[in-house]
Design a protein around this ligand. Sequence first.
Ligand SMILES: [Zn+2]
Ligand SMILES: [Zn+2]
Length: 311
Amino acid sequence: MGPKQPSSRLSRRTFIGAAGLSALLVSSHTFAAPRSAKVILLGTKGGPTPSAIRAPASVAIVIGGLVYLVDVPNGVARQLALAGLSLDRLGEVFITHNHSDHVLDVGSLLVLAWGSGLKSPVGIYGPPPLREIVHDSLAASRFDINVRMREEGRPPLAPMIHVHEQANSGTAYRDENVTVTSAVVDHYSVKPAFAYRFDTPGRSIVISGDTTYREALVDLARGADLLIHEAMYLDGVIQLAGGNESLKDHLLRSHSTTEQVGLVAARAGVKKLVLSHLVPAFPSITDEMWLAGVRKHFTGEAVVGRDLQEV
Ligand SMILES: [Zn+2]
Ligand SMILES: [Zn+2]
């Protein structure tokens, strides 16, 4: 894979603001051969604590050699390397919401991609205060960035980063590889939180983000080839909370039980369901235990995600 060409990246991408749909200018480029999307789970754990067993949940969608990322938790650059994905091929980055297990490494990822030879701009899409988060994260690396610009001849990083804060559901992004649609989901007090749908020439992929059951997600996922949905194992959550009623209440209001996930998949009529963002990520919870609740409603293909698995 050769380096990206900034001019072609810029000409083919179209960012769509919430109010700018009527002024949409979609690239006229067309491709004879469909570019099939490869989907890799970079991590599959939910929650803010690091684990020796699973990396925090994020997804890489690779189309035409470009990497579209959903969420940038701690260690995401390392997971990309383990998946064999080159950081200098970083395309667009989509943030579901601003909890640390979804956005903590946004600055690190950008600095590491830049250090790996990133040459073309990167768009970052997600809810406020994403602009402030990206700005402050990059500020923490200002010393290193200045040294490398001076001594290694690297281009300034800041002009390559474009943050697009979005507060509403709708078409979030489009280029000739993909149309990305967002839907506001229900992550309790974290508002807005998004799910994203990627429609590509050969495949439609939906990522739930963090949410409890919400009809808007069923609508977004309708007929999708692949639904990657967060999941919470109820008995494990009760054990995890250990009598902390406030923590238990927070988890139940913020996330989806395996039965709710099955209901979303069944009502949306998706072809394949993958459980990720597992809470809690106890190894004692077997795949069958995770899937038992799902199967009460969904009879299609369903799997429990593994780190670095292609789905
Ligand atoms: Zn989370
Ligand atoms: Zn969250």
